[in-house]
Design a protein. Structure first.
Length: 218
């Protein structure tokens, strides 16, 4: 029986990459595991074309490597998590600064939409839904800032960060404190003090990095 593909409005290669990415992040596919096109095509009941597309995506994200005509998994180590989160912080600080300055109304609407989804997830005690809404909150600045290339860089690494957070949040049911920290961050953003916003984002994301690093290495 092949793995169920996630129901997302994406090409087949992207959908397969979603499944493989989750398996790599959860270490179901360990570092060094071969990604054999023929076997994966049979597992997913597709031709080799979408498998090649999925492997290409994972290589671009640093989760797979190719040598000649073969591909294998590149597992994540703590240093990779540090790199992903420091990159995320740098990108988000620039996106937030631009969005607050140029498109505050668009940013405010996107933040409120994400917070509504986060509140609903807290009430349902659903860590997966909360994590996805959390990423919507932090992606709001990339959408609102109007900087296409900045958004493209974020889009490349956002799926891996999302999966790391999903793994870290599997047993995290007390979501109310995290919701409150996002409400507080929203208030700072709406107030428009760039220095305070930057300080809070750096602290917020570093706390997330530390938690993900701890949960992943455990």
């Amino acid at each position: 029986m092949h793995p169920l593909l996630p129901q997302r409005p994406a090409g087949l290669g992207n959908q397969i990459a979603d499944v493989l990415r989750r398996q790599i992040v959860t270490q179901e596919l360990p570092s060094g595991a071969l990604l054999v096109e023929e076997k994966l095509a049979a597992d997913f009941s597709v031709s080799r074309g979408p498998i090649r597309d999925a492997i290409k995506i994972l290589v671009q994200e640093g989760l797979a490597a190719t040598t000649g005509r073969s591909a294998s998994v590149v597992g994540l180590v703590p240093a990779d998590i540090d790199e992903l989160f420091t990159l995320r912080t740098s990108l988000e600080l620039l996106a937030m600064k631009t969005a607050v300055r140029d498109h505050p109304g668009t940013l405010a609407t996107a933040l409120e939409d994400a917070l509504g989804a986060m509140t609903d997830a807290v009430e349902r005690r659903d860590p997966d839904a909360f994590t996805r809404a959390d990423l919507r909150f932090h992606s709001a600045s990339f959408t609102a800032c109007g900087h296409r290339r900045l958004g493209d860089v974020w889009a490349q690494y956002q799926p891996t960060i999302e999966n790391l957070l999903l793994v870290a949040n599997l047993d995290h049911v007390d979501l109310a404190p995290s919701l409150q920290s996002h409400l507080d961050l929203r208030d700072l953003i709406l107030a428009g003090n760039e220095e305070l916003i930057a300080r809070e984002i750096e602290s917020h994301l570093d706390n997330s990095r530390v938690r993900v690093r701890r949960e992943y290495t455990d």
